[in-house]
Design a protein. Structure first.
Length: 350
């Protein structure tokens, strides 16, 4: 697949959002990529000032061979996209942040997220520092579209990947983060960085509790954690922690939190089993009880999602590899999220 670059002056208009039509689950509907002129992945979507903003990774071909550590994901910058409505025109606001403008970062600008507080937009992103350790950075702007200016240092005490910030109805913001294998979460298992832990806890640990995503409430200025990171526990139907060997249900990466009808929904990717799953709880800290699959595997190795309320309807943003057929060159998509009358999310078969 060749990709065609279309650029106008300041704003680059991406192709019209290809939604096909948003049929209810079970009805075959062709969901088209939202952006066709760049490869995009890991879409974190938010509604700011009545507009939908998408904060994705920008996939590139760097000719680095594929490995279990995600060495082939060598992203160097971010673009921000916006739409007036689902199905509307997708506007590319250009480069919002480049690795060369982040003093502490070396490479691999992975899945980002954004938040707003008191007139400032905050852009959170993981990148490897000069020692090859993933940290979470923060950059700020007065516009949701950027460009963003990075802080000199990563967030103190941060590690691993995939930051996702949830603002609760009481105004408190929480950051969820973590990813195993290439995301290095397992290397922090003992509290200190252990380079020898490559993918997860390893053989012989299958019956131990699975590694957990982490969460911390953000400081008032949104630039640091107000407390040490805590485990996000996911329990099974008997109230027992999911086990490391439970690959179809345990957390791998790509955490997201949303609140619906007063309940907290923690959702995530199971990585090597390619599912998007969710668990439900009564506090943003958890514990969360495993509920089910949001989406079955897409084309490609990973998927990574966000869930957002757009004028009372809920949508799932995610990615697959339709445009390239290659696992590291992905494209973002959106489709409606459907629930039953108890709030349970209906499984999507992409
Ligand atoms: O895009 C790089 C990594 O792949 C993300 O950080 C993960 O969530 C996975 O989508």
């Amino acid at each position: 697949m060749t990709i065609k670059m279309i650029s106008f002056n300041k704003l680059v208009v991406a192709f019209v959002a290809g939604l096909g039509s948003l049929h209810a689950q079970g009805t075959p509907a062709k969901i088209k990529p939202l952006v066709n002129d760049l490869y995009t992945a890991d879409p974190s979507a938010h509604v700011f000032n009545g507009k939908i903003y998408i904060y994705p990774s920008h996939d590139i071909e760097a000719d680095v061979p594929q490995d279990d550590e995600g060495g082939h994901f060598q992203m160097r910058d971010y673009h921000v996209y916006s739409m007036d409505k689902i199905g509307g025109k997708v506007i590319d606001h250009g480069v919002a942040l480049d690795v060369k403008d982040v003093p502490w970062a070396d490479k691999q600008m992975w899945a980002p997220d954004a938040a707003y507080k008191n007139g400032t937009y905050f852009f959170y992103f993981p990148a490897k520092d000069k020692e090859g350790v993933f940290r979470i950075g923060v950059a700020t702007s007065k516009s949701p579209a950027g460009p963003f200016k990075a802080e000199e240092k990563p967030i103190p005490g941060s590690y691993s990947i995939d930051p996702a910030v949830f603002k609760d109805t009481d105004g408190k913001s929480y950051m969820y983060l973590g990813g195993i294998w290439g995301g290095q979460l397992q290397r922090w298992h003992t509290g200190n960085y252990d380079k020898t832990l490559m993918t997860d806890l390893g053989k012989g640990h299958e019956n131990e509790p699975a590694l957990s995503a982490k969460v911390a409430v953000m400081s008032n200025d949104m630039l640091s954690f107000a407390e040490p990171l805590r485990d996000v526990q996911i329990l099974d139907e008997n109230g027992k922690p999911l086990l490391a060997g439970d690959n179809n249900r345990r957390f791998f990466e790509g955490a997201w939190l949303h609140k619906y009808n007063g309940k907290y929904y923690f959702s995530y990717s199971t990585g090597d089993t390619h599912l998007l799953c969710y668990a439900e709880g009564t506090s943003p800290y958890g514990p969360f009880t495993y509920k089910g699959v949001i989406m079955n595997p897409v084309e490609g190795w990973t998927t990574h999602h966000s869930i957002v309320d757009v004028k009372g309807k809920w949508y799932l943003f995610y990615h697959d590899s339709e445009l390239s057929g290659k696992t590291h060159l992905r494209n973002v998509k959106v489709r409606e999220l459907v629930r039953d009358s108890n709030g349970n999310i209906k499984t999507i078969n992409p």
